[in-house]
Write a protein that binds this ligand. Structure first.
Ligand SMILES: NC(=O)c1ccc[n+]([C@@H]2O[C@H](COP(=O)([O-])OP(=O)(O)OC[C@H]3O[C@@H](n4cnc5c(N)ncnc54)[C@H](OP(=O)(O)O)[C@@H]3O)[C@@H](O)[C@H]2O)c1
Length: 261
């Protein structure tokens, strides 16, 4: 039995202008939810709104940088006034960088942590008062399989997703008594603009240019997990295999990755 209904739920999605976030918004509107879509590229958000027209749900947009306090505050006021509240917060905005740690700048580490870790934490902190008044509230953090097993040449990204994983686990326990769920989604390689939108690319990705699973598959599995109140999902079989192999034989995965580094 479903723990929550998507139809009629009020949802804020960050990183909604492309890839996984965009697919999540489209699936939510198809399921009858009211969505506030946030990202920096306003023209992309406007196109998304046109594509979602005709419902059954509805979508509004707000363009801004997720790392900015003022953007968070205004978006949450918009959710309260124009959606009538907030039931689901989806922290999806994120980006990567590729290259060896030793030759990278401090700025790269700080930027990746700012967008992928500090921003979801602060969106959550700011949204909690609204979520406490929501219906079957849930916080969804879009992490990565690289938040379970790190790979070379993406140290900052992996660190940001490990941080997101650890923080989410603590938060889940802290919020359990308040009836607020925390779901961590850990996709493997997914078809999106992730590799075009890298903060920096100073080397080749060790996985090469794998196509990955369609973003809509990740979106659909995320929505099913929200409905049933799951805590964790890994919506990619190759990603799940990496996590499993690392649990079973971490020394082997260390050896294999060191050979490719
Ligand atoms: N694709 C993969 O293989 C993969 C695998 C595992 C996990 N993930 C995770 O999935 C999430 C979505 O990524 P994606 O694959 O869909 O990549 P994407 O197509 O590049 O989408 C990233 C989204 O994040 C937004 N964003 C980035 N920085 C932002 C900022 N400072 N302020 C506001 N929005 C910002 C982008 O919007 P604007 O540029 O318009 O601001 C865009 O909508 C990320 O957290 C990523 O780490 C992806």
């Amino acid at each position: 039995m479903a723990k929550r209904e998507l139809a009629g739920s009020r949802v804020l999605v960050t990183g909604a202008s492309s890839g996984i976030g965009r697919a999540i918004v489209m699936e939510l509107v198809r399921a009858g939810a009211a969505v506030l879509a946030v990202a920096r590229r306003a023209e992309r958000l406007e196109t998304l709104i046109n594509e979602c027209a005709g419902g059954p749900g509805k979508v509004l947009h707000y363009a801004g940088d997720v790392t900015q306090h003022e953007i968070r505050r205004t978006a949450l006021v918009m959710a309260e006034q124009q959606l009538g509240g907030l039931d689901i917060l989806i922290n999806n905005a994120g980006l990567g960088a590729i290259g060896h740690f030793a030759t990278a700048s401090e700025a790269r580490l700080r930027h990746i942590m700012e967008v992928n870790f500090f921003a979801p934490c602060e969106w959550t902190r700011d949204a909690l008062p609204l979520l406490r008044r929501g219906r079957a509230p849930i916080i969804v953090n879009v992490s990565s399989v690289l938040g379970h097993r790190a790979i070379p040449r993406m140290s900052e990204y992996c660190a940001s997703k490990f941080a997101l994983q650890g923080w989410s686990e603590a938060l889940r326990a802290e919020l359990a008594g308040q009836g607020i769920d925390v779901l961590v989604v850990s996709p493997g390689t997914t078809q999106s603009e992730f590799f075009e939108n890298l903060h920096e690319a100073q080397a080749e990705h060790i996985g090469g240019r794998r196509r990955g699973v369609p973003a809509v598959d990740v979106a659909r599995r995320t929505l099913r997990a929200i409905e049933r109140g799951a805590h964790e999902i890994t919506p990619s079989s190759s990603g799940a295999l990496l996590v499993w192999a690392n649990r079973a034989a971490p020394w082997f995965v260390d050896w294999a990755l060191a050979r490719r580094a």
